[in-house]
Design a protein around this ligand. Structure first.
Ligand code: SF4
Length: 420
């Protein structure tokens, strides 16, 4: 991968070596989310094909879409990785070999793998290999072993403290990647049988139903239909419902650990989520490297992370403290800002933005424009016209094209949202 060495930025943990600017890696559940991730500042994206990635119910990419995605990503000088991280059965192997050959020919930059059989198939191609977090790599010997097997990068297990990450970094030459943001799994690095047991949908084949987030009661076997609450208090029993990871408040310490790539979780999440989270981490990483000695977390970054759908945030295992990582009161995520449309064109002479609708909006509504680079601004919608120039008062139709007057120049690919 290409990394920028920033002169004068010393690794405060080690005291001697320079810290490289880490890659910001974002999820791409479909082509539109891929565009959002890259335009809002990701250095690289990861996606799943229609088969063999651990998000069977995401939109995922067809072979034709993969070719388009590679072309778009490389045109921006960025990287694209394919998740091929299922635990394969014998019956999967022939199709997997064919798919890996296709990915090699398509020029994806690396494949993300959990299973040793899939790794052996990938080694028969020219693809770079990243070891998925599902492989549960928790120590430097495991990193070295995967590196010797041909892996270029290892995604460390989420269950590691900062000190453990530093020790691994100090003992290994392989690139390291860690999760910095997104939903967590209560089971060890996602290896779980709960969903398969309760619904037949296998988490290890990409079909998890998130059964850990359901509400559970106790039933005595002869008292059919009588549910006894289980819980530490009156709030309930969501004992397996994990908070979401957010390492933004400690991003300086994450950077100082010297890992090569910072990963955002969420191939099933919305365009609004991907754009918002990526822009915040992009700004934080760049701000650190602009002035590491005077780096501060900005309130506006934290505010934006609260606008996207999420559960209460946690630092997970990173700080090795005793903060609870489960939410006992509810399994519902927070309300997010309402995503209304994407700016497709802007006419600076008439100060008109062309919006592709995503949620219903109407005249006199207050909205905000969240821009890829510029500051967010808000305004009231004072005039709306349809594609043919006819005056309209609301935009209820999916993906309807609407022209509205804007009070400030607005960047293409800005998200129009309900003011939060
Ligand atoms: S059911 Fe929950 S713990 Fe199990 S794999 Fe799915 S998200 Fe993880």
């Amino acid at each position: 991968m290409s990394i920028n060495i920033v002169e004068g930025t010393r690794n405060k943990e080690q005291g001697t070596s320079l810290v490289s600017k880490p890659e910001l890696l974002a999820p791409a559940g479909n082509f539109e989310k891929l565009q959002a991730a890259l335009i809002y500042g990701a250095d690289a994206i990861y996606f799943g094909g229609k088969n063999f990635s651990l998000r069977a119910f995401g939109d995922n990419f067809t072979r034709e879409e993969i070719l388009k995605a590679v072309e778009f990503t490389h045109a921006l000088g960025k990287k694209i990785y394919a998740a091929v991280n299922i635990f394969a059965h014998n019956a999967d192997l022939d199709a997997l070999a064919d798919y890996l050959k296709f990915l090699d020919g398509a020029n994806v930059d690396a494949v993300l793998i959990s299973d040793l059989g899939v790794l052996s198939l990938a080694k028969e191609t020219n693809l770079k290999i990243h070891i998925s977090t599902q492989a549960n790599v928790t120590n430097w010997r495991a990193v070295k072993f995967f590196h010797e097997l041909g892996a270029n990068r290892i995604v460390l297990a989420r269950e590691l403290t900062r000190e453990e990450i530093l020790e691994i970094k100090n003992n290994c030459a392989a690139e390291l990647e860690i999760f910095v943001h997104g939903a967590m799994c209560i089971s060890y690095s996602g290896r779980c049988w709960l969903s398969k047991f309760l619904t037949g949908r296998d988490a290890n084949q990409g079909a998890c139903t998130h059964s850990c987030r359901w509400k559970y009661n106790l039933v005595e076997e002869k008292r059919d239909g009588e549910f006894f609450p289980v819980g530490e208090d009156e709030r309930g029993s969501y004992v397996m419902n994990s908070k979401d990871l957010c390492l933004l408040p400690y991003i300086d310490k994450v950077i100082q650990s010297g890992v090569a790539s910072l990963k955002i979780e969420g191939r099933m999440k919305s365009v609004n989520y991907v754009a918002g989270v990526v822009k915040v981490y992009r700004a934080a990483i760049d701000s650190y490297f602009d002035n590491p000695n005077d780096f501060k977390i900005r309130d506006e970054w934290l505010a934006e992370l609260n606008k996207v759908v999420h559960r209460p945030y946690t630092t997970g295992f990173f700080l090795s403290d005793d903060e609870p990582t489960e939410i006992y009161s509810t399994s519902k995520p927070s309300r997010a800002t309402n995503f209304l449309g994407i700016v497709r064109e802007f006419d600076s002479e008439t100060m008109t933005a062309t919006i592709e609708q995503r949620g219903k909006f109407e005249i006199n509504q207050r909205v905000e424009f969240f821009q890829p680079c510029g500051k967010t601004f808000s305004q009231v919608i004072t005039s709306m016209r349809d594609e043919d120039g006819q005056e309209i008062f609301s935009a209820p139709h999916a993906q309807q094209i609407v022209k509205i007057s804007v009070v400030e120049p607005v960047e293409i690919w800005s998200l129009m949202r309900e003011e939060f």
